[in-house]
Design a protein around this ligand. Structure first.
Ligand code: MG
Length: 379
């Protein structure tokens, strides 16, 4: 249990929400953040995460995380961290579930490709902005309003959970999201819970893919070495795979524990008393301790070299990049190739945005299927 008392006064109470864009009567037994969570789970963009690459595509193993299972892991960590700190678990859960819905196919490769394609037209692609567009416009499920009609705070958290924006960085239409202020603490925890989830999961998937070994991780990452040594002392005869799992589990727990304890200490030292103080505070208040931050950076450094930039994965990355770029080019060359609903949008909106939104929403396999249909010779 955290040594610091909980900070329930800084939990964002659902009764304080600025509400929905289109007012709705209250539900008899679910509060507004619980309803937001459920709307996200029932959204098509959420289901499509199952076929979107996180780091590894399913071409090599069906044990790897995809973006849906990653999202579930982030949600589990975020709910635990929020509740241990005395924050609003429902709010954190809704934010964690929705945090990756704006990711395009083929992971960061796909994201980089779309951004480059958009830059050629003087525009950018940002997955958080895209996620907001999905929940505001592209999900069509309700008769009374476009999008999911989520509460203001969940929409704000979608935009701002991973970073703050500089003044003027986004078009004025996003000014309503208080871009000069920090988001509530429940939104601030999401980015580091995301990091805990993917750092530990990528070590696991990296070993499963045989790109790294537990011994190499122990050699390069002192924090893992310590956890592994404790596991070896406790279960010297256990199977290697189980020792690795135990060490990883214990590492994840220590990262989450440090995040909880250190953030509580930072908040206490900051003197913030109200959510308004959190919003006006010059920095974010959720952080690892400097010691754990440095140890976490060592994990990241190893993963970058052995996984994210490993040349072995280049053909996989290049294949994804080539498909996204080619599809973008084909639609820009002839918008008649777009499905009718997107062709209609292109009559009133910039074509590059319509094309980018359409491709960003695709799953990995739908990109391949679509390319095969509209340009069979390329496949
Ligand atoms: Mg994520």
């Amino acid at each position: 249990m955290p040594s610091e008392p909980k900070l329930t006064r800084l939990a964002f109470a659902v009764s304080e929400s600025r509400g929905r864009r289109y007012p709705e009567p209250p539900h008899p037994y679910r509060n507004d953040f619980q309803r937001d969570r459920d709307r996200v789970i029932h959204a098509r963009a959420f289901r499509r995460l199952e076929d979107k690459t996180q780091v590894f595509s399913t071409r090599y193993s069906d044990h790897f995380r995809n973006r849906l299972t990653h999202t579930i892991e982030v949600t589990q960590i975020a709910r635990t961290v929020a509740q241990a700190m005395g924050l609003n678990g429902d709010f954190a859960e809704a934010l964690a579930l929705v945090h990756d819905v704006g990711h395009p196919p083929f992971g960061h490769t796909g994201e980089k490709c779309l951004d480059e394609a958009m830059r050629a037209y003087g525009e950018r692609f940002d997955h958080n902005v895209h996620a907001l567009r999905i929940v505001e416009r592209f999900e069509q499920r309700y008769a009374g309003f476009p999008g999911l009609n989520l509460t203001f705070e969940v929409r704000e958290g979608i935009l701002k959970h991973s970073r703050d924006y500089k003044p003027g960085e986004l078009p004025p239409v996003y000014d309503e999201y208080l871009l000069d202020q920090r988001p509530p603490l429940e939104a601030q925890i999401i980015d580091l819970c995301d990091e805990i989830a993917y750092n530990t999961a990528d070590l696991d998937d990296g070993c499963e893919a045989r790109l790294i070994t537990p011994a190499e991780i122990a050699g390069e990452v002192p924090v893992f070495r310590e956890h592994f040594a404790r596991v070896e002392a406790t279960w010297p005869d256990a199977a290697e795979k189980l020792k690795f799992n135990e060490a990883l589990k214990s590492l994840l727990d220590s990262l989450a524990g440090d995040l909880i304890e250190n953030s509580l200490a930072v908040i206490r030292a900051s003197g913030v008393e109200t959510i308004e103080d959190v919003r006006r505070y010059p920095q974010r208040l959720i952080a690892f301790s400097s010691e754990m931050g440095a140890r976490n950076a060592q994990i990241k450094k190893m993963l970058t070299r052995t996984l994210y930039r490993n040349p072995v994965l280049n053909p996989e990355r290049e294949r994804g990049a080539a498909m996204v770029s080619e599809l973008f080019r084909l639609y820009m060359e002839d918008p008649e190739r777009l499905p009718p609903s997107h062709r209609d949008r292109a009559k009133t909106e910039t074509l590059c945005h319509v094309v980018c939104d359409y491709i960003a929403g695709m799953t990995d396999s739908f990109v391949g299927k679509t390319l095969a249909e509209i340009a069979p010779a390329i496949q």
